[in-house]
Design a protein around this ligand. Structure first.
Ligand code: SF4
Ligand code: SF4
Length: 175
């Protein structure tokens, strides 16, 4: 089966349902071949490890605790509706390759499409989600902890970016 990649929705103006449909279509057509590709597998593994490491570093630094307090006690959340529009089809495809199940709709209409009752439901998040440290975190965490978090964030975004670029080239060659 071939896919006309010129029709792929690119940019923030396309509905999420449409982007998810495209990601699933590409996944069902190329998913097994992509997962057999050694480079893709190795890049996925490195990316997943860097994501796990970033969560671990954030936990140790107190970010997870502070964000939970912010969300539960002060009603704060930085995962507002519309952030999902930053995601493109390749971001969603990467989540499918990581066996993440993409939600059919937002759990909270005022929140991001991927926000669940207990936080973010996806694994490969957009760079704007990964790289965000708010004023409250800067004020409440010590500088050394912030520096460790920034390093882990940077590693996650770099591996994510490299995988995205590789997948775009792979799909352009094989699609
Ligand atoms: S990043 Fe900042 S605003 Fe967002 S949940 Fe954490 S503490 Fe609250
Ligand atoms: S972290 Fe997850 S829920 Fe929050 S804005 Fe990013 S994708 Fe959405």
């Amino acid at each position: 089966m071939t896919i006309d990649f010129t029709k792929i929705p690119v940019g923030p103006d396309h509905p999420m349902e449409k982007k998810i449909k495209w990601a699933k279509r590409i996944y069902s057509t190329f998913g097994s071949r992509l997962l057999e590709d050694e480079t893709v597998r190795s890049m996925l593994e490195k990316y997943e490890r860097s994501i796990d490491n970033n969560w671990k570093v954030m936990e140790q630094a107190g970010v997870v605790e502070e964000c939970t307090r912010c969300a539960l006690e002060d009603g704060g959340s930085c995962c507002g509706s519309g952030i999902e529009n930053k995601f493109d089809v390749v971001n969603l495809l990467i989540n499918l390759l990581m066996k993440v199940s993409l939600p059919k709709g937002p759990w909270d209409p005022t929140g991001c499409w991927f926000l669940g009752e207990r936080g973010c439901l996806i694994k490969a998040r957009h760079v704007i989600c990964v790289n965000f440290i708010c004023r409250r975190l800067y004020d409440r965490l010590d500088k050394e902890a912030i520096r460790r978090v920034q390093n882990a964030m940077q590693q996650e975004t770099e591996y994510g970016f490299m995988l995205e670029e590789y997948l775009k080239i792979w799909l352009a060659r094989n699609g």
